[in-house]
Write a protein that binds this ligand. Structure first.
Ligand SMILES: C[S@@+](CC[C@H](N)C(=O)[O-])C[C@H]1O[C@@H](n2cnc3c(N)ncnc32)[C@H](O)[C@@H]1O
Length: 224
């Protein structure tokens, strides 16, 4: 659960940075403004930051440059190796959004870029409740990822990618768990957060969820 894409990331690790900087024509629009998106997420954090889906460490490096203490969680062995090699002083743990162990009980901010869509909406709900328990009141989750205005916009994006013969992108949009702005709003509001969105490019939105009330965590499902 939530880990079904890991083979893909182990294989993609060595060329991932080429893709995000324009090397894969199918994904140019998805990664348009990549550095600015990551920087805008990093700048909205404070204190000790928990990062999920670290990948090659591009957001992590920006957080470190801003003086944040970062704890990383990354399930792909190959991605984790690259990030750990680059950022030797940052602890990067094996784990995922639902299954992770931390050396501390509380964090000040939780971040992730281009990764939350690996969870189904039910898994996102569980994760959001767990985030709530890790933050103090006023603490923030700052994520950026592909999200659609509504289901119709998602279907239109899949059809457009198919017509333009961007078959990898079309398949990715159709098979991973990209959700909508209204659904993401519900997920975080039900988990005790106030939430605000900002559109970053044709696919990616950044959202800032602020904890406004405590909730009890629910048990995460077993790893599959
Ligand atoms: C598209 S990459 C994004 C990497 C980096 N955050 C960035 O912005 O470039 C997605 C990352 O999420 C990781 N990932 C996949 N499933 C995950 C899960 N269930 N929980 C946390 N991370 C996951 C992948 O291994 C990969 O490193």
């Amino acid at each position: 659960m939530g880990r079904e894409f890991l083979d893909l990331f182990d294989r993609w690790a060595s060329t991932y940075d080429e893709t995000v900087y324009g090397g894969d024509k199918e994904y140019v629009e998805v990664f348009s403004g990549y550095d600015e998106i990551l920087q805008s997420v990093a700048e909205r954090t404070v204190g000790t930051v928990l990062e999920f889906g670290v990948g090659t460490g591009n957001l992590t490096a920006k957080l470190v440059a801003l003086g944040r203490r970062v704890i990383g969680v990354e399930p792909s062995v190959e991605m984790r190796k690259l990030a750990q090699h680059r950022l030797a002083n940052v602890p990067i743990h094996d784990g995922d959004f639902l299954h992770f162990e931390l050396p501390i009980q509380h964090v000040d901010s939780i971040v992730s870029t281009y990764a939350f869509h690996h969870l189904t909406d039910d898994e996102k709900r569980l994760a959001a409740r767990r985030f709530n328990t890790l933050l103090s009141m006023g603490g923030k989750v700052v994520f950026a990822d592909t999200v659609f205005v509504d289901q119709e916009a998602k279907e239109k994006a899949i059809r457009k990618a198919q017509i333009e013969l961007r078959s990898n992108l079309a398949n990715d949009l159709a098979t991973e768990y990209y959700t909508t702005v209204p659904e993401m709003t519900r997920i975080f509001q039900e988990a005790g957060f106030d939430i605000e969105f900002a559109q970053c490019n044709a696919y990616v939105w950044r959202w800032e969820a602020t904890k406004i009330q405590p909730v009890e965590a629910q048990d995460a499902p077993a790893v599959q």
